[in-house]
Design a protein around this ligand. Sequence first.
Ligand code: RIB
Length: 311
Amino acid sequence: MSTKKTNVTGVVVGSLNMDLIVTGENIPRPGETLSADSFKTIPGGKGANQAIACAKLGANIKMVGRIGNDYFGQNLQNSLISNNVDNSFVLVDENVPTGVALISVNKHGENSISGVYGANMSLPEKQLIAAKESIHDADFLLLQNEIPVELNMSIAKYAKSKNIPVFWDPAPANKDYIGIMEFCSYITPNIIEAEEITGLNIKTPEQAITACEWISDAYPEITPLITLDKEGVVVSFDNNTKIIKSFEVDVVDTIGAGDAFIAGLAISIAEGNNFIDACNFANATAALSVTKQGAQTSMPNRNTVEKFLKI
Ligand code: RIB
């Protein structure tokens, strides 16, 4: 008998940012001024990106977060609503503006991001109440690092006490958040974030394998997945560490690829698929996301991912 589930339910507790995206030949170096090709404002924030990615993949998703009472905040709400994310747990801060992210994208689609998190970082107590209320029927919880650490820790601990698996995207890298690992089932650091967690230097896929094994030994309850961009993802699973290759696509920009990856992973695991299939589903979701501009605007829907994977 199949144990596969459909229409899984998830909660994302996390950030909403308006992304101010400049695209050009190169990302400016310190002290350098460059003329660029285009400027766009596109809804983003790791939390909201993950919520929208999950919704487009067919999950019932609640977003818990905080925006300012301003134009960017309203735009971010609209984006959640038009992508079928339940936004009733997104609170409005009357005193602090909506978070923004300044993003430069070069001709290879690579990016660098500076976030000013604004309302995302305020009043954790109210957010925690909303988060606890939202989570009662969830199949999974997604967290990142663009909200207060106390909020992340408390909701992760609460989710674990309710046997709800916690998927943590430890981005942006920040040592202060590492305590959350006690409550996580899956974590998806990129190389920079894996270096922060392990203290190891990661320059090669072999070093990423060592780092993945390090995490697995130090935190046996966690399944670690270290994302390597084009190369794929290193996973430690069933006492075995290996690289699962990514898919080759034409890259427009990589903003939100990590968000697409963890969304695909969480959905596929919650639906009862085996771990390797879930990694392929996550890799496909991420690969398709980099073929379009922006974060929320680039998340693929379920049909597109399944067609891509020939499921
Ligand atoms: O992961 C991509 C996101 O990181 C962007 O949308 C930006 O808002 C930053 O939070």
